[in-house]
Each structure stands twice: as C-alpha cells, then as structure tokens.
Design a protein around this ligand. Structure first.
Ligand SMILES: C[S@@+](CC[C@H](N)C(=O)[O-])C[C@H]1O[C@@H](n2cnc3c(N)ncnc32)[C@H](O)[C@@H]1O
Length: 531
C-alpha cells in the first residue's frame, strides 16, 4: 500500500542558494583538519601496529546508552513531543520519501504509529551521543597535552613526519615518527586513564571505557584498551574518508547550492559530538550586523533567544586543547554580540539552551548554581598564532566577552601546545543566570509558549548537519512553533524548504575566518513569515 498523508501531497522545494557562488565553505570547516589527519594517519600505516580488524574489539561491548550522570536540574519549562497533527505539513511534503519505517502506512496507521515512532527515534538520536564521545576520545588521544609530553598529532606534525626519513627516528625496524608518537600517546593515555586524579576529561573518558567493559588493572586488560584505541583511530579515519568522498562527489556536480545542500546533511549517520569553538559565533555576529544594517532587525528588539545545541569544549575539534577546564562559549558569545550591537539590553534578555546532551545541560545547570552564589564563570579563549586570521575574526576574538564580563587571568599554555594567543573572560554571574538549559531534542520536541514568550531569535550552528532532510524539516516545524512572527532562525546549514511551513529563507551571509581555503561559514537567515 502506498503511504498516504492526509490532505494530499505537496511538492517539496530544496532550499536553493543561487547566491552560494563565492567561497565554498565546509559545513563544519574545522573537521577538515581531522579528516586530513585521520586519512594521513591511516595511510601512513599508523594503525597496523595495533590494529585488529574491523570487528568491535572492545570486550563486553555494552550498548546500554550513554554514561550515566547525576540527576539534572534544569528549567521546569516543559517541552513535549511533536504531535502527529503538528508534523503533518512535513509528512505531506515528504510523502514520497518517508523514512522506511513509515512507508506503506495508511493515514490512520501513520497517526496511530506516530507517538511510538517519535519516542523510538528520540531515543536513537540520544544514543548517538555515545559514539560522539568516542570520537572526542580519539581527539584527546591525538591532540591532548594533559597526559603526555609527546608532540600533538596536528596537520603540521603530520607534514613534518612525512618528510622525516624513517631511519632517523626509528626505534624498531620500519617504525616511522608518526607510528612511534602515536604508540607513545596511546601508552601515556592508558596510564593516565588508569589513575585520572582530578582531571575531569580523563575521569569522564575512564567512565566511558568502563561502561564499554574496559578496565586497566592488568597488562592484558590494558592491551584491550590499546586495541580499542587502534580501532577508534581506524574508524575515525574511514568515516572521514567517506565524508571526503561525499563532498568530492557533491563538488563534482559543479553546482555550489547542491554542494552546500550535501554538506548540510553530511553527518546524518555520525556520532553526535559536543565540539564547539568561537568562530561560528563570529559568523553569527556578522549575520546579526547585516540584519541590523538592512533594517530587518532593530535595536532593542531581541529579548528572548534560544541557542540550539550550545556544545561543550571538551577537546576542541580543531586542535583538541585540554589545558583549561571544559566550557561552553556559544550562549555567552551570542549575548555579548547582541549587547554590543544594541539588539538587546542587559537585564532584558533571556536565553534558553536546548540540548540532548546531559553533559552540556549538566554543565550549564552547574554554572548557574554557582552563579546563584555569586561565582563568575571564566571562559578561556585560545587563538592560534600561526594562522592568518581575517581582521574581523581577530577583532571578534579580541573583543569577545567585553559586554558580558571582564578580563581574567588566562590559563598557562603548555609548551607542547604550540604558539597560541589566549585571553580569558570572567562572565558576570547575572549574565550566567540569564541562561536556562532545557533538555530537548529539537527534531522531536518543542516547547509550548504563549505568543509573547516566543523567541525573537534562535541560533543553531553545527547541529542540524547531524540530521537528514526529513528530520531537519521536523526541527524547522518545531522551531517555527517557538519563534514569534517575524522572528529569526540563524543556522550554518541549508534546510529543506517546506512550502506548508512559514519559515522562509530570506538571505544569507558568508564569513571567512582566515586566508585558508574553506575556512568560514555561510549563515542562512530564516524568518517566521506568516502568509
Ligand atoms: C557539534 S556541537 C555544536 C556546538 C555549537 N553550536 C557550535 O557551533 O560550536 C552540537 C551540539 O548540538 C547538540 N545536539 C545535537 N543534536 C541535537 C538535537 N536533536 N537537539 C538538541 N541538541 C542537539 C549536541 O549535544 C551538541 O551540544
């Protein structure tokens, strides 16, 4: 039986950008680095010394979901699952390409099945966080400095290692610099995980490995952890190889819009990571500037803001810094931009964060608790010295935090990290208290809000790329219900346009971060425009 959706079918339009004719930015450009690295590491034969094939080598592979956390205290403001009637515009639009488990159902069956379907898929998405954590563990292995004195396996290191003659560095026949450094990093990380002390990153990763049935007590147990790391590096390498091929295929079409669309769903099957860095916040500020300049937004017009997926800087995706405490920057960077541009007034701004990650939500709940007792929140803002930043990007970094706090003592940069500029900002407790975290899966859930409480502005960077077009359209549907009429959604992904929804793409901005190719973001502007 054909799937039939009530009220017939509506032709789905792709969100086209005839305007994406300039630079081709990656969806999450920084991942290019690890892509290159993983590919190089793989190709350079780093993996074989400990590789044991494609099978899941982790013993006791327990897929019981994510590592457990203490109970979370967040806002009481409820979110709920999207109802069938609310999802109908999306179901209609996608009636020809519904997900396999919805195909072939009659309208009645679809309606009956919907609540279970939503629950099932919400839970599936949340399980992807565990895989994202495992990716972060690979980042920590390659880039971390808190557990080892070995060089970081960055792109620069790889170029250097490639040029080094094998004989100069080999300690065993046939061993090259890269293999040696990676093997030493693995040993150092295992030793540190065995006794993590006060290191919060190591404590978390140890729990994650224990959750997977891995232990550290005996040489045999540690060999299993070694094998797990080998498989992790290999897995990340092959995944990024697949992304590279997908991007190349999209690029080969010669159509920048098609390419951007392909990039916008690139991680739909990937583990969900919490990675975050400040440059997307710069692109958001540039978008806000333009919206203001063109009269699409006005001064003082922003009072309610939502940040979808604020993330947590665990081991920064570009460089994997682990020499300062974990932090979340986006909510504070967005508040800072809004105050700087005069779009919002301090004391008259509320920010809600929506995230599925207990770690992100917990972190925000904790810093709110501390702010309640008068403690500020210190953000560390590293910036590589060896990159030619665009002047605007450098200026954004220099001024970030001026409207939400005051300068603080930056963390000491370990010598092995390389040349870094670093600033720190002490965010005022009253600003921290303006941010309220809510556990929400934006694909499947929404918050019921009275018209005067709806959001003036929603930002969502590097989050919708984890979903296919059907799920992105559902997220758009949920967001529409929470954004006031004429309010905005700013995102660095191109979303499918659903004609029966009222979210319209009204423009875009393109922001380059440095002189490196593909280092920047397009921010697409969607507006809730009732017909
Ligand atoms: C890669 S991080 C991006 C962080 C930040 N927005 C940035 O651009 O730097 C993705 C974030 O989105 C969150 N996330 C992913 N899927 C989500 C969903 N369906 N609903 C809410 N949050 C989600 C993740 O938990 C994580 O915090």
């Amino acid at each position: 039986m054909r799937t039939s959706v009530p009220e017939g079918r509506v032709r789905r339009l792709r969100s086209r950008g005839d305007f994406f004719q300039m630079k081709r930015f990656l969806v999450s450009c920084s991942r290019a680095l690890i892509l290159a690295m993983a590919g190089l590491a793989f190709a350079a034969g780093v993996v074989p010394p400990f590789a044991g094939g494609d099978d899941d080598a982790a013993p006791g592979k327990a897929s019981r979901g994510i590592v457990s956390h203490p109970p979370l205290v967040t806002s009481k403001a409820a979110t709920r699952d999207i109802a069938f009637a609310e999802a109908r515009p999306v179901l209609q639009t996608f009636s020809d390409e519904l997900p396999a488990d919805l195909q072939g159902l009659s309208a009645e069956e679809l309606k009956k099945e919907w609540p279970d379907y939503v629950r099932r898929h919400d839970s599936e998405i949340r399980k992807r966080l565990l895989q994202g954590d495992e990716d972060s563990l690979v980042n920590l292995l390659l880039f971390g400095t808190s557990f080892t004195a070995q060089p970081r396996i960055t792109g620069e290191f790889l170029s250097q290692a490639k040029q080094q003659p094998k004989a100069a560095t080999a300690q065993k026949p046939g061993e090259d610099l890269l293999s040696r450094v990676l093997a030493a990093r693995v040993s150092d990380l295992i030793a540190a995980l065995a006794a993590p002390g006060e290191n919060e990153r190591l404590q978390y990763m140890r729990r994650l490995l224990e959750h997977k049935g891995l232990t550290f007590g005996t040489p045999a147990a540690r060999d299993k952890v070694r094998q797990y790391f080998a498989d992790g590096v290999k897995r990340v390498g092959s995944e990024f190889d697949e992304y590279r091929k997908a991007i190349e295929a999209a690029h080969a079409t010669g159509d920048a819009s098609t390419e951007f669309a392909a990039r916008s769903t690139l991680y739909q099957k990937r583990g969900i990571s919490l990675d975050t860095s400040i440059m997307p916040d710069y692109a958001l500020e540039e978008a806000l500037k333009l919206l203001l300049k063109r009269g699409l937004m006005t001064k003082g017009s922003v009072r309610h803001v939502a940040v979808i997926g604020p993330g947590l800087d665990f081991t920064d995706k570009q460089e994997g810094y682990d020499f300062y405490p974990q932090q979340t920057t986006q909510p504070f960077a967005v508040i800072d931009s809004l105050l700087r541009l005069g779009l919002a007034r301090e004391g008259d701004l509320q920010v809600t964060t929506f995230d599925i990650s207990p770690r992100v939500n917990q972190h925000l709940a904790l810093i709110r608790q501390r702010a309640g007792t008068g403690s500020p929140y210190v953000l560390q803002l590293p910036l590589r010295k060896d990159k030619s930043w665009e002047s605007g990007a450098k200026a954004f970094w220099e001024h970030l935090g001026e409207f939400v706090g005051s300068p603080a003592q930056p963390a000491v940069v370990p010598a092995s990290v390389g040349k870094l500029d670093i600033r720190a900002v002490r965010v005022k407790p009253e600003i921290v208290l303006q941010v309220v975290p809510i556990d929400t899966n934006i694909v499947w859930q929404r918050q019921d809000l009275a018209a005067d409480r709806r959001y003036d502005l929603v930002v969502a960077t590097n989050i919708l790329v984890y979903y296919d077009e059907f799920q992105q359209a559902l997220a758009l549907d949920n967001l529409q219900s929470m954004i006031r009429e004429s309010g905005f959604l700013l995102t660095n992904n191109g979303l499918p346009e659903v004609p029966t929804l009222e979210m319209r793409q009204i423009g875009y901005s393109s922001t380059a971060y440095s002189d490196r190719s593909a280092d920047g973001d397009h921010i697409i502007w969607y507006q809730h425009s009732a017909r």
